[in-house]
Design a protein around this ligand. Sequence first.
Ligand SMILES: Nc1nc2c(ncn2[C@@H]2O[C@H](COP(=O)(O)OP(=O)(O)O)[C@@H](O)[C@H]2O)c(=O)[nH]1
Ligand SMILES: [Mg+2]
Length: 451
Amino acid sequence: MSDDTICAPATAPVNSPIAMIRVSGPDTFRAVASLFSRGKALEHRRAVYGSIIDEGSIVDDVVVVGYRAPSSFTGEDMAEISCHGNPIVVNRILALLLSRGLRIAEPGEFSSRAFLNGKIDLTEAEAINHIITARGEWEIEAAVRQMHGSLRVAIDRIRQGLVELKADIECGIDFSEEEIEFVGEEEASCRLSEIRELVETVLRRCRVGERVSRGIDLPIVGRPNVGKSSVLNLMLNAERAIVSSIPGTTRDTISESVRMGGLFINLMDTAGIDTPSCEIEEIGIGLSLARMSSSSLLMVVVDASSGILGEDRRVLDLAAGKRRIVLLNKADLVDDEALARLREELGGEGISFSAKTGRGLKELEAAIVSTLAGDFADQRDFFVADIRMTALLEEALAVMERTDGIIKDKGPGEIIAFELQTLLDTLGAVTGEVTADDVLNSIFSRFCIGK
Ligand SMILES: Nc1nc2c(ncn2[C@@H]2O[C@H](COP(=O)(O)OP(=O)(O)O)[C@@H](O)[C@H]2O)c(=O)[nH]1
Ligand SMILES: [Mg+2]
C-alpha cells in the first residue's frame, strides 16, 4: 500500500458539463474534507453534495463520493470529486488538493496501484486501457470480457496444466530409486503438446485482437479512371482524394479510416493499375500491387460505362482467391440491361454503384460488413494484448518446443521440471504474477493520467 496520496483529473481538459477529479491514498479523506463544505458527511460509497471552499469563498459546487480501502478501484481510500467541467475550475480544485500535501498522479498510477493491491491483473489493466482507446464496438466488447477475466482465466488454465505436469515429474524424481515412473515420456510429451495447443490458441486470439485494434485494411483497386478516388471520397463523405478525368491522378496510397458494423476499417485509395507512363506512376502501381497481395480483402472497382477491359481482367485475376467486393461504378451512365450483362460477364458478381449519385452505397456497406462478419465469425472472442504479452506467449512456445525435445531425448527429470518452471514464470509475467518492477513501470506509463 502506498503511503503518499495522489490526485488527477479523470476527464479530458475541455469545457463540458461535468469533470471529475480522482484522489487515492491514505490521506484522501482528511485532504478532501479540509476543502469541502460538508467534509464531515463523507463516508464510504456515499455521494455528498456541497461546495469546495478556498479561504472562505466558493470555488464550485460539487458531488464527492468517498470509498474506503479496500473497496475501491485502487484498493486504497479514494474520493471522486465531480465538479463543473471547466479546466479552470478543475485546476483550482487540484491546486487546493496539492496545497494539502497531495501530489499529481503519474500516468496510469491509479491502475498501477490497483494492480499492486491485487484488485486487477495486467490482462485486466490492459483491457481497461483498450475500453478507453478502442475505435470500434467489437474491440470494446472483447476488452470488456477481458476486464472480467477472459484472458486471465485462459492463462490460469494453461498454468494449471503445467503445475500438474511439473508435480508429476517431480514425484518421479523423488521416487527414481524405486524405479516407479509417474509419467512416462510419451504421456509427458502428449500432455505438453495439449498445453501447447492452448497457448497457440491464446496467441492466435491475441493476433486477431491486434488486427482489429489496428483496423482492417481494405484497399480500393482497379485500373485508372474507373472512380476509385471518387468511391473513397463518397464513403468518407469528404473530398479526401483528388478526383480527375486525367488517368493516373492518384499515385500514392491514401489511407483513411471509417467505422462500419462495429469494426474499424482502413480504406485505402491506390494508384490505378495500368502500364506505367512514367517512373512515379510505376512506383505507385508497384505500391498498389503490394497492397493487393498483402490484403485478404479487396474492393475492385470497374467502370460500367466502358465495360470490362483487359486491364480490369488483370486486376480481377490478381484479386482471385481473395475475398473481394466488385463495384460496377458509373452505373448512372448506363441502363439496367447493360449492368445485368456486365454482372453476367463477371459470373454474377458486382454491385451496381455510382460514386456520383451515391447509388449502391448502402449495399456496399452491407457487403463489407457481412464479408468481415464471415471472416471473423469464430473469432469475435479475441483478446486485447500488448506486444509484451504476445512476445511472452511466443517465448513460452519456444520453451515448450525445447522442453519437448528434452522429454523425447529422455532427459533428466530435474531439467524438465526446471524448464516447466521457466514456462510457469513466463506465463506468470503475462498476468503480472511474476513481473519485475521496471517492466511494470513501463507498462503503466502508457496509460492516461487519471486512469
Ligand atoms: N458519371 C460518373 N462519373 C464518375 C463516377 N465516379 C467517378 N467518375 C468520374 O470519373 C473520373 C475518374 O474518377 P477518379 O475517382 O479520379 O478515378 P480513379 O482514377 O479510379 O481514382 C472523374 O472525372 C470522376 O468525376 C460515377 O459514378 N459516375
Ligand atoms: Mg484516383
